[in-house]
Design a protein around this ligand. Sequence first.
Ligand code: UT7
Length: 327
Amino acid sequence: MTVTLTGAGAALPERILSNHDFAHLDTSDEWIVQRTGIRERRRLAEDASLAELAALACERALSDAGVTPQDIGHVVVATSTADRISPGMAVEIATLLGIDRPAAFDLSAGCSGFVYALDHAIATIESGRAEHVLVCGAEALSRITDHTDRNTAVLLGDGAGAVVVSKAPGSLRPTFALGSDGTRIELLYVGQDRLMRMRGREIFESAVDAMADHTELVLKQSGLSPDDLDLFIAHQANARIVQAVARRLGVLGDRVFLNVDKVANTSSASIPLALAHAREQQLLSPGAVLGLAAFGAGLSWGAGIITWRAPAAGRGMTGPAADRGGR
Ligand code: UT7
């Protein structure tokens, strides 16, 4: 028995902002696309509930996994923009879904939050305390955006993604590596004014180094090579960052997933949104080996290897790893 992802779901606010909607900030579609790959992002209405959007993503993930709310005893939500300071959104999301009195809490680790939450979910299942854990990343970054600052305003989007993490047959044990460095908090933070400040150029290189190094580390710990990854999903902050990490790893072409063009940087919602969009595009087959990597405020980072569901019966692992007889 091991632990796999068994379902994924996404939910985006309806309102779309194109790059042209930021022309008043002395920027251009050309600059934004060339420097980031972003073409549009979603915006949650000011009076809308992020918990409701997140619950929709969770409902879709549960339905994708074929898991009922009664099967869920733990709900973890990664976010830095919850509807209330306290309680976190997990309790409200669980109630909206009809999950009866689960362990439910929010976790704040910047853009790395989802990877931290996933690591926690895996540990909970591996310790025998749950069979299925619901993990959600949800952000309304528009609530903490300085809408007059072109350095950040064009980069950020709102949205929610969720996965179901389950005990499942299979032979590849998930491997995660997490880290942080509090000596560089000032590079990316949200202060008492509740506005995000970022020194993007300085973050760029650290993000590439940390995500590449930690993905290499978890691959090594799993006894895998980059060739064994069926899909690499990194935090979607900037297409150039994702491509630089992928180049360092030697993972190229359609094994590198990108949806930053459609959703921009959604912080802790980024990886679960990407997983759900990869699922919608039928890029996840049973047994697919996924590499995940994130980097953000803290500074914090994390990378992990996990499979999408159990390999189809009698078929062993899919992808290049199958040639090695599974793991
Ligand atoms: O999500 C968690 C972690 N966050 C990240 O990973 C973000 C990391 N950083 C980045 O993605 C990139 O550094 C940015 C997209 C933020 C910036 O791209 P860059 O290629 O690193 O540009 P830069 O910082 O070197 O700035 C180039 C120029 C600057 O002007 P000067 O100083 O060269 O005259 C900026 O003022 O571009 C200017 N600039 C803009 N120009 C037009 C910054 N933002 C904009 C803008 N439109 N929106």
